[in-house]
Design a protein around this ligand. Structure first.
Ligand code: COA
Length: 164
């Protein structure tokens, strides 16, 4: 059985991430979406919120599981008994960083390989930061994130505005 990890911050999950999750779930037996718990990144959503949001948008995929993790990705992969890491490549600008990460991970854990899926062209421009930027100014985000995510994002933006 091939178990893979698709790691990321998912702050918040976008159509681009969901596209990679759906496609990766077809090529491996079991896919664990690993939500990075990294306070250094100052995420908009807590790791618990990101896990719930991902669970909601992947509920139609029976072989997909959502888990949070901290520390090294390869340690998390070993802990989950996963031998593959999945990453999406949007553009050539992603490549250098992804190459460096995958080579570092292989150096530390030679038994774990990274596979890359090229992002659907429709979502090649998309990032979580773009979603947050547009949402902050109350712009339409329905082209960027699944409909179920919109109330979460709107609510969070309201909380943020109240704070300042
Ligand atoms: N569609 C849309 N957007 C995408 C995307 C896709 N297919 N793939 C990535 N993105 C966006 C994300 O939304 C994010 O946007 P943002 O910067 O605006 O928030 C950006 O690309 C990068 O995000 P992500 O995929 O979440 O990567 P990351 O850099 O936050 O985290 C980890 C990458 C989790 C794999 C890496 O940090 C890690 O492994 N950390 C654990 C520590 C470790 O092991 N380090 C050693 C590795 S060398």
């Amino acid at each position: 059985m091939t178990k893979a990890i698709y790691p990321g911050s998912f702050d918040p999950v976008t159509f681009g991430h969901l596209d990679i999750i759906e496609r990766a779930s077809k090529v491996v037996d079991h896919l664990i979406v690993g939500v990075l718990n990294n306070s250094a990144k100052h995420p908009l959503f807590s790791v618990e919120e990101r896990v719930v949001m991902l669970q909601e948008v992947t509920s139609h995929l029976p072989n997909v599981e959502i888990q949070s993790f901290g520390g090294l990705l390869v340690d998390f992969a070993k802990q989950c008994d996963a031998s593959v890491i999945v990453r999406g490549l949007r553009a050539i600008t992603d490549f250098e960083y992804e190459l460096q990460m995958s080579q570092t991970n292989r150096k530390i854990a030679p038994d774990i390989d990274t596979i890359f899926l090229t992002t659907n062209l429709k979502y090649a421009y998309l990032s979580s930061s773009i979603v947050k930027e547009v949402a902050m100014y109350d712009g339409a985000i329905d082209e960027f994130v699944p409909a179920a995510m919109i109330p979460y994002i709107r609510e969070k933006m309201k909380e943020k505005v109240k704070k300042y």
